[in-house]
Every structure is written in structure tokens, then in C-alpha cells.
Design a protein. Structure first.
Length: 455
């Protein structure tokens, strides 16, 4: 097996991707800013530095053969938004240059569009090339014959686009036609067959063997990776902390508690809520207030205490959609006599929730997150439904994954709440900007289309 046969050009993929992106930025600068910027070369150099710093901190070019299209799209969107700020910030410090909103929007749109096209084309053709030619594959062996090890081997064989060639298992505890040999046979096999990656089941080896294996991998420039035997635990994000020089692994419930992500999401919430309040609530609010007052006595707004982040109570605002009653801790049901005629329309289109953008601006809620439940629901299901309390580790949202997935409205049986919590927990553990944008867009579609469970 020669270096040519294994197609060792992977080291060139990232530099090529960077070079293409920088060329796109430079060419578009000459087309868009040539007449607006006094020294276009200085401006391009400034953009290169900004682009590079952003890419470094968000790991924009850390794209591997197992990176999903959603993850790539999320990286591009983050890079584009932050690069937009870099492009804008230059102008206040240069009096000779002309600031043009149209030029900047055009430039950023073209940069993001072309970078997206080139990145996905490169990713697509590399995967196709691996499948068709069998080149650029990485050879792999697995230590252990556990259920997780078998699942990994099946993944290698079914996902040809990942570009792995599986050579066999090594185990002292199992005998099978796919088990190439014992653990002592591993090292000579790895050397002789130019194995690239060693996957090790932690359940299979002793600490002394593991230490020796790591030393062997270091000395021979081999990649070693570990297969957790407790998938339910280690499928979550792991965080490493050091107590002096002592490493400790801990499970992270969500990225949403990371300072950088919290700042980004909070900034998004503020901008989004200001847009809604200024351009929608400012004129629609007074109109709805008149209709609510004309139909029934009582206040325009309905205010209710709800459990928020860390179970801290906050006042949740809504347009009043019901007649004044003493059963506010009871959720609405189909054909609920408490709901007014105006209220039916507002609840069907979810515009009764618009005042909650004030809650978002105040910091009590987020645009997207688990919907805030009633205190009575929290007391009833908090100890009955598995993982219910996880939803309180983040801010509640105006809309959420459970709501756009069909699990909103009346809780008739415990299963309704269980399904809702499953989606809430999935959102918390798998948050991404792309997921937020998908939920927001689906919510807007549901507003115009109407939701059968909105009553």
C-alpha cells in the first residue's frame, strides 16, 4: 500500500479552502468597494486579518470527513455575521472612505453565497471521489468486540463517504472471524498494514496496556480514539477542567450556558425583539387593545407568574384572550368557554404571545427555548416526567422545538407532556443557530397557516 494509493492529499484540503475564500474576498472587494475605499489593498488586508481571527475563534476551517452539512452551514452563518461587523467597523475610522449600506449588504451576501457554494462543492466532490475511486481513505482497526465497537464498524462500512476502510477487531475476550488477533498482535499489524487510526473500547483494556498503546501511537504517528461503552452518558458534550494539574471530565448539559454562546444568543434576542416591538407591536398592539376592550371588561394584558430559568419566577405578558376568571392556572382546552371571540383569533395565530417580546427584552425569556409552563404543570409533572427539570437550565422561549413539532396546546394525558419534554431536552442538548432559525421560520409558517392545537 503506497502513499499514492491511499490518496494522501488531505493536508492540502484546508489550505485550498482558505485560499479560495481569500480570493473571493479580494475579487469582490475590487468589484464592490473600488470606488468607495481610498486604499483598497489596505482594506483587503484588514478584512483578511478580521476573517482569519474570526475563523480561528469559531474554528471555521475545522471541517472533517464526518462533519455534517448542518454543522458546516452553522459555521458559515456565524462567520458571515461576525465578518459583517468587521466590514462595517472599518468605515468610522477612515474619513476618506465612503460608507454605503447597499455596497456592504451586496458584498456580504456575495461573500457568504460564494463561500457556501465553494465549500459545499468541495465537500461534495471529495466525498464522491472517495466513494468512486476508493482514494484518500483512512484505514482503521478497533480494539474490543463490544456492541458499540460493532456499531462503529457498521458505520464505517455503510457511510462510504466518510472514507474509512475497516481492517478488523483485536480482542482477548472474544473470538470471531472478524477478530484479526489478540491485543499483543495489534502493534505489528498496525505497522505492517500502515493503519491510520486505532479505535479503542475502554472496557477491553487495562490501564497499563492503555498507557503502552498511547506511547506506541505517539512514537509511530498513529491516531488513537476511544469508544465509550456507556453511550447514554458520553453521547453528551464532555468538558475537561484542571484542578491544578489534575484533569476532571464533566458532562455539559448544553452549549447555551457557554459565555460566548449566551452573549451571542442574548444579542440576537435583543435585536429580534426590538424589530418586532418597533415594526409590529407598536401599531398592532393599540388595535388589539381596542378590540379586547370592546368585547369584554378587564385589562388589555394578561400577566401571570411562570417558572423561568433556575425556577425563578417571572411575570409573563400576553394579550388577554379570555374573560376574567379565577381559573388562570388551568390551561386552555378545545372550545373553552373562557376564550373570547377576539381571543380565539389571537390564540389561533399566536399573536396573543407578542407582548412576550417585552419579556425577551427584559431578559426573562428568549425568542427560542422551552415554552414556560404553568406552575401547576411544573408541580404535577416535575417529579413524574424524566428530565423535566432540565428545561429550567435555560431561559424559556416564545416559541420552541416542541411547539413547531406538533406538541403544543392542551395536556390531555401524561404522554403529551412526555413528548413535549423530549423535544425540549433535544433542543437544549443540541442547540445551534441553524436550529433556532428553523424554529423561527416554522413558527412564522404556522402563524399564517394556523395550528390545529392553538386554541
Amino acid at each position: 500500500m503506497t502513499a499514492f494509493q491511499t490518496g494522501r492529499y488531505s493536508k492540502y484540503i484546508r489550505p485550498i479552502s482558505i485560499l479560495i475564500d481569500l480570493m473571493v474576498i479580494a475579487i469582490l472587494n475590487f468589484f464592490v468597494f473600488k470606488e468607495l475605499v481610498y486604499n483598497i489593498l489596505i482594506y483587503i488586508l484588514y478584512q483578511y486579518i478580521g476573517w482569519g481571527l474570526i475563523a480561528f475563534f469559531i474554528k471555521f476551517y475545522d471541517v472533517y470527513r464526518f462533519t455534517t452539512p448542518i454543522q458546516i452551514a452553522s459555521k458559515i452563518l456565524k462567520q458571515g455575521i461576525l465578518f459583517l461587523l468587521i466590514v462595517i467597523v472599518f468605515f468610522p475610522f477612515s474619513k476618506q472612505d465612503i460608507f454605503s449600506e447597499t455596497a456592504i449588504v451586496t458584498f456580504i451576501f456575495l461573500v457568504v453565497a460564494l463561500v457556501t457554494i465553494f465549500k459545499f462543492l468541495l465537500n461534495f466532490y471529495l466525498k464522491k471521489y472517495r466513494i468512486i475511486t476508493g482514494s484518500n481513505y483512512r484505514t482503521a482497526v478497533i480494539i474490543g468486540f463490544t456492541s458499540e465497537a460493532i456499531r462503529l464498524k457498521n458505520l464505517f462500512e455503510t457511510r462510504k463517504d466518510y472514507g474509512y476502510r475497516f481492517l478488523g477487531y483485536f480482542s482477548d475476550k472474544k473470538t470471531n472471524q472478524e477478530v484479526v488477533g489478540k491485543l499483543n498482535d495489534l502493534k505489528p499489524f498496525v505497522i505492517e498494514n500502515l493503519v491510520d487510526e486505532i479505535y479503542c473500547s475502554l472496557h477491553e483494556v487495562s490501564n497499563s496496556y492503555l498507557k503502552d498503546l498511547i506511547d506506541f501511537a505517539d512514537e509511530n504517528n498513529k491516531t488513537i480514539k476511544f469508544i465509550p461503552d456507556t453511550k447514554e452518558i458520553f453521547s453528551k458534550n464532555l468538558k475537561i477542567d484542571y484542578y491544578d494539574f489534575f484533569p476532571v471530565l464533566s458532562l455539559k448539559q448544553t452549549m447555551l450556558n457557554e459565555p460566548a454562546v449566551k452573549l451571542f444568543k442574548r444579542s440576537f434576542d435583543i435585536c429580534f425583539s426590538i424589530v418586532v416591538i418597533v415594526f409590529i407591536l407598536s401599531w398592532l398592539g393599540p388595535l388589539l387593545a381596542i378590540l379586547i376592550k370592546l368585547e369584554s371588561k378587564g385589562p388589555v394584558f394578561f400577566k401571570q407568574g411562570r417558572p423561568g430559568m433556575d425556577e425563578n419566577e417571572f411575570v409573563c405578558y400576553k394579550f388577554r384572550s379570555m374573560k376574567i376568571n379565577k381559573t388562570t392556572e388551568k390551561g386552555a382546552s378545545k372550545n373553552d368557554p373562557r376564550v373570547t371571540m377576539v381571543g380565539k383569533f389571537m390564540r389561533k395565530t399566536s399573536i396573543d404571545e407578542l407582548p412576550q417580546f417585552v419579556n425577551v427584552l427584559l431578559g426573562d425569556m428568549s425568542v427560542v427555548g422551552p415554552r414556560p409552563h404553568l406552575w401547576s404543570q411544573k408541580k404535577e409533572y416535575g417529579n413524574k416526567v424524566k428530565k423535566y427539570m432540565i428545561r429550567h437550565c435555560v431561559k424559556p422561549g416564545i416559541t420552541g422545538l416542541a411547539q413547531v413539532s406538533g406538541f403544543r396546546g392542551e395536556i390531555i394525558e401524561e404522554r403529551d407532556m412526555v413528548n413535549r419534554i423530549k423535544f425540549d431536552v433535544f433542543y437544549i442538548e443540541n442547540w445551534s443557530l441553524i436550529l433556532d432559525l428553523k424554529i423561527i421560520s416554522q413558527t412564522m409558517i404556522n402563524i399564517f397557516k394556523g395550528d390545529k392545537k392553538a386554541y
